[in-house]
Design a binder for this molecule. Structure first.
Ligand code: F6R
Length: 253
């Protein structure tokens, strides 16, 4: 198995790290006006998306030809549900850009035939000639998208059962933990690793362990983000709090 070292960029604070990621998304669109972007939801990318929206408002970036594919969606939530990832994307990004709805793809949590929907999501990514730049966050347990520990390296877009830990972490967005969906649709690890370039944004001390294992730990399906070491073009953009253990480790490698 060939592995690569992951480029790591550490910024003093979350605002600088978010600006860096926003600039990477914008630079991709400048370089390739019809870029295919892979996008994430969650708390982490909110400020980066805000910066992209600001740049668009200033007339600095045009999304008219861009296409996007989101990583994941809860099963059972309609897109009007405020906790659905489609709702999040519209509110945080798409509604503020000149991007037509049909050029943005988020898995449909209400698809009648989930397996068929997942297969067609893969086909749409292939038909778009793949993802140029994939943005990722990371879970405390090392998950990427909703690929929880144990997800296979070859996994494709599919429905998955969320772990108790992920349900607990995401409960903060719902009225009660019982309202958090138990299943989700997620791009697979195999799907993500086919993106031409990957940028992972992680902020705050709570993610430090997961990031350290992803960068320096063994490449293992029990820590899905460590599988990114198999991709030749991955950059981790971190704030100093999240990079806590990395300075000490840098001497070792
Ligand atoms: C979201 C996603 C998840 C999040 C991860 C971190 O589309 O795929 O893997 O990136 O759970 O979430 P936050 O950013 O809320 O800490």
């Amino acid at each position: 198995m060939k592995t690569h070292s992951i480029e790591t960029i550490v910024h003093p604070g979350p605002a600088d790290a978010s600006r860096d990621v926003a600039n990477r998304l914008i630079a991709e669109v400048h370089a390739r006006p019809n870029a295919v972007l892979g996008l994430a939801t969650g708390g982490t990318p909110v400020e980066a998306y805000r910066q992209v929206v600001e740049a668009h408002r200033r007339g600095e970036v045009d999304f008219g030809e861009v296409r996007t594919f989101n990583l994941d969606e809860y099963v059972g939530l309609a897109e009007e549900h405020p906790q659905s990832f489609r709702y999040f994307m519209q509110e945080q990004l798409f509604d503020h850009l000149n991007i037509k709805r049909e050029r943005t793809q988020v898995p449909d949590g209400l698809a009648a035939d989930i397996d068929e929907h997942c297969a067609s999501y893969e086909t749409k990514i292939r038909d778009a000639d793949g993802i140029d730049l994939q943005l990722l966050g990371i879970g405390h347990n090392g998950h990427i998208a909703f690929n929880e520990p144990g997800s296979s390296l070859e996994s494709r877009t599919r429905s998955v059962t969320l772990t108790a830990e992920t349900i607990e972490k995401n409960a903060r967005f719902f009225d009660s933990p019982h309202d958090v969906p138990r299943f989700a649709i997620t791009m697979g690890i195999g799907t993500i690793l086919e993106a031409r370039r990957i940028v992972l944004l992680a902020l705050g001390e709570a993610k430090a362990d997961a990031v350290e294992k992803a960068l320096y730990g063994p490449v293992t399906e029990s820590h899905p983000a460590s599988l990114l070491q198999m991709h030749p073009d991955v950059t981790f953009v971190l704030d100093a709090a999240c990079a806590r253990g990395i300075d000490q480790l840098a001497g070792r490698s």
